[in-house]
Design a protein around this ligand. Structure first.
Ligand code: GDP
Ligand code: ZN
Length: 380
């Protein structure tokens, strides 16, 4: 059932080592009857030189992805038995998947788990998957589709993917209380720049200031092509426009504490704030890793992506070498400096500093750059 023959599609054969312990864990699990089908996928299997500790299998599928999104094997499965779904959250061995008309609690097919280990990928919230229903509300994930974008972070030298296939990031800040920190917003913008995710700056609490006072800083971001919105969760100003922006899309919400993220969600849909609070409480209990993300369906379409980790601070890692390229306004000048490894701080004949002097780069943005550069230097 697994190999689609005669469809003219060329499938790669991929040879992987499987550690014995994963095979054992597969047998212990419930959906054993379905695991048997996996043998159809196995074109070749043999005991390697290391005895029964490892064995090699050739599986049929496409190897896709890269270091950024994680390598994935897209297994060749019989789609007629499957439903397409979206991973809302992962809780240990159980994954919650949303299909067009219902929610399933899913186990993950053993072979996929082995592949995940070998290729350093796991099922994460946001993944688009194919599931095989086993009963009314239970199913098995048989395939993970290629990821379009990921949010990841490096923890103890290992890159961890937190969530995939997010469309946009709402970078929330407040016009006052706490005071607007443009450099902090730049940091969020820079960390999103490497991804496929579109950042949207949401300046909340505009009821507390004179909107005209915000124009200079908003102007710089707008001129760089960033979408900037002024909103007030309190008065409702800008909320219907924001509601249109999140409709049908998957948005991650980020920004420092106290800027009004929950209030904005509450203004968008009362359901959303309640449900994000539940996510926080669950993660505080420490039952699951606090870094896992949850997709919260927006009534009418789309999702809010919530993770306590991302909510507090940006987790996208940007290395020192990447910082200059992530500043849209600095990027055009970096190749014209005298020194190829110019840090654009103290060097002579630096085109970036010249551009700042000529007013082509905003001074505040340049200071943001220097701050991020020096901080990332300390980190390395
Ligand atoms: P979060 O930590 O980012 O989720 O922020 P909250 O939503 O908990 O809001 C923090 C505080 O700011 C609360 O006391 C809210 O009442 C207040 N707040 C939120 N939005 C607004 C707004 O648009 N205007 C004003 N004046 N206060 C707001
Ligand atoms: Zn330079």
């Amino acid at each position: 059932m697994s190999k689609r023959k005669g469809k003219g599609q060329k499938k790669k054969k991929i040879r992987l080592e499987f550690r014995k312990k994963y095979d054992q864990s597969v047998r212990r699990k419930d959906f054993t009857h379905q695991e048997e089908h996996e043998d159809h996928l196995v074109a070749e299997q043999r005991i390697s030189g290391k005895g029964d500790l490892t064995r090699k299998r050739t599986v049929v599928g496409d190897l896709v992805g890269d270091e950024e999104t994680g390598f994935q094997v897209i297994l060749d499965v019989d789609l007629s038995e499957c439903l397409a779904g979206r991973v809302l959250s992962v809780h240990g061995l159980t994954t919650i998947v949303e299909t067009d008309d219902q929610i399933y609690e899913c186990a993950t097919r053993g072979l996929l788990k082995s592949l995940a280990t070998e290729l350093q990928h796991v099922i994460v919230a946001g993944d688009r998957v194919m599931i095989r229903p086993a009963s009314d509300n239970q199913a098995t994930i048989v395939r993970v589709e290629p990821r379009k974008s990921v949010i990841s972070r490096t923890s103890r030298g290992r890159r961890q993917i937190l969530v995939s296939n997010v469309d946009q990031a709402l970078v929330v800040c407040s016009a006052a209380e706490p005071v607007l920190k443009p450099n902090l917003i730049d940091r969020y913008l820079i960390s999103v720049e490497r991804t496929e995710i579109k950042p949207i700056v949401c300046i909340n609490k505009v009821d507390l200031v004179e909107p005209a006072d915000l124009q200079p800083v908003i102007g710089v971001w707008s001129s760089l092509g960033y979408e900037v919105m002024m909103v007030s969760a309190k008065t409702g100003f800008g909320i219907s426009r924001l509601r249109r922006l999140v409709h049908g899309r998957d948005s991650v919400v980020t920004g420092q504490s106290g800027v009004g993220k929950s209030s904005i969600l509450n203004a968008l849909h009362p359901d959303l704030a309640l449900r994000t609070r539940a996510v926080s409480q669950e993660s505080q209990k420490g039952r699951h890793t606090t870094t896992t993300a949850v997709l919260i369906p927006i009534p009418g379409g789309g999702h809010i992506v919530d993770t306590p980790g991302i909510r507090q601070f940006q987790l996208w890692d940007v290395t020192r070498e990447e910082v200059e390229g992530c500043f849209r306004d600095i990027r055009p000048f970096i190749n014209h400096c005298r020194f190829p490894d110019c840090s654009h701080r103290h060097e002579q004949q630096c085109s970036v500093k010249d551009a700042v002097a000529d007013g082509k780069i905003d001074v505040r943005r340049y200071e943001s750059y220097v701050g991020m550069y020096e901080e990332s230097q300390r980190g390395t």
